[in-house]
Design a protein around this ligand. Structure first.
Ligand code: SAH
Ligand code: SF4
Length: 408
């Protein structure tokens, strides 16, 4: 059963005054520097930045008034100049398997007169974890032929604050902040326990994957900033081992991802020959398999305990033969790897079919016998178009003339 809720059909907060600066997404020192705008000197700004950090990311507050360790006058000044708002929830859908998909709406912080943009974010609950699939761009510049997002032209990059806004809004909605309420609406919200049976991490969101709309490495600076904030131990405190960034293969940014962000890496491989990969994942024409695999081999921090995940979509009669499986094993020799087989998820107008279960099993078996873990990703949320590669929004890029007219 699919329930579609129009939770906040009317915006939950009226559009913020344009002059207010967003604080979500600023790094600690930038946050302290920004507080000079309300006249705080260096020492006090640093102290207040620490307090704000805790209120924003540990307690999930969006209202300066509730920040009880900050004096009344400072709270009023903060409220006057800054904002902590999150995306509006345009809609929330719950799949028959408990997966939840939101359509989030953002206004452009730098250009509040422009129409807002929308992205999808998905929450996938399992018994021992809860994974949030986060978007990095509105649309995508790439056009992988089996991907729904690839049919939506890039509208714009999301800011670091908007990337974090998806995590914050999902945590709020799932009752993950102190004093929050778990939803009681048919969607699943697990209470994972630590691996040794202890209370462990009992938050609804234990893992984040940058696998939503867009190519994260084509929005590197904002994604980096957002993930460093998400993994800050005094804030949202998500372990870097529980954050995975997936890329279609933007080779020059793979090394910096390991060195500067330090999260787990997933590569959308999908083909083992350049001629086929050129068609399925056209960025391959720029950075072919040889370059991509070399970047993987030298990924900073790579070890048997920190393997790269290779994603491989199973397309009937296209990339799913025994020979493909054997070539895959050969290509990945000497790379600590896990191979994630993804049954193709259809979308309106898609031109591929999913391989049969028997074919997928046989393919997995070959990979497995060669010593690689090869889990088959269970499709989640297909009935609400929430599964891998099904995300898309209606947002469209304006022409220069349309933008200019609006700004005028
Ligand atoms: N742009 C990044 C992040 C998206 S991750 C990337 O491409 O890696 C989403 C994953 O789902 C990618 O591995 C993508 O290739 C895969 N995917 C896209 N369309 C799909 C579909 N229709 N069925 C199954 N997987 C798909
Ligand atoms: Fe973009 Fe990734 Fe889809 Fe390719 S698979 S079009 S890179 S979102």
């Amino acid at each position: 059963m699919t329930i579609a809720l129009d939770l906040y059909a009317t915006p939950r907060a009226s559009a913020p005054a344009p002059a207010k600066k967003p604080l979500i997404g600023l790094g600690r020192s930038a946050l302290a520097e920004t507080l000079a705008d309300i006249g705080l000197d260096g020492r006090e700004a640093k102290m207040r930045a620490g307090q704000l950090w805790n209120w924003m990311y540990v307690n999930g507050l969006t209202d300066f008034e509730r920040m009880s360790n900050i004096g009344k006058a400072t709270r009023a000044a903060l409220n006057d100049k800054f904002r902590l708002d999150r995306p509006e929830i345009v809609s929330e859908q719950i799949s028959s398997d408990g997966t939840r998909k939101w359509l989030f709406r953002f206004r452009d912080p730098a250009n509040p007169l422009l129409p807002p943009v929308e992205v999808e974010t998905v929450y996938i609950p399992e018994s021992d974890r809860g994974t949030l699939c986060v978007s990095s761009q509105v649309g995508c510049t790439l056009t992988c032929s089996f991907c729904h997002t690839g049919t939506q032209k890039l509208v714009r990059n999301l800011t670091a604050g908007e990337i974090l806004g998806q995590v914050l809004m999902a945590r709020e909605r799932l009752g993950d902040f102190p004093g929050g309420q778990r939803p009681d609406d048919g969607g699943l919200v697990p209470a994972p326990r630590g691996s040794n049976g202890s209370e462990g991490d009992s938050r609804a969101i234990t893992n984040v994957v940058m696998m939503g709309m867009g190519e994260p490495l084509y929005n590197y600076d904002n994604v980096k900033q957002a993930l460093l904030i998400a993994s800050d131990e005094a804030g949202l405190s998500l372990s870097k081992r529980r954050i995975t960034l997936s890329t279609s293969g933007v080779v020059p940014f793979i090394e910096p991802t390991g060195r500067e962000i330090g999260v787990m890496l997933a590569i959308s491989l999908h083909a083992v020959r350049d001629d086929l990969r050129d068609v399925l994942v056209p960025i391959n024409k720029k950075w072919p398999l040889k370059d991509l695999l070399e970047a993987c081999r030298t990924y900073p921090g790579l070890s048997n305990a920190r393997r790269i995940t290779f994603e491989y979509v199973m397309l009937r009669g296209i990339n799913d033969s025994d020979a493909d499986a054997r070539e895959l094993v050969r290509l990945l020799a000497n790379i600590p790897a896990k191979i994630n087989l993804i049954p193709f998820n259809p979308w309106p107008g898609s031109n591929y079919e999913c391989s049969s279960s028997a074919r997928i099993e046989q393919f997995a078996d070959i990979v497995n016998k060669a010593g690689y873990a090869s889990p088959v990703r269970t499709p989640r949320g297909r009935d609400i178009l929430a599964a891998c590669g099904q995300l898309k929004s209606e947002s469209e890029r304006l022409s220069k003339r349309e933008r200019d007219a609006l700004m005028a």
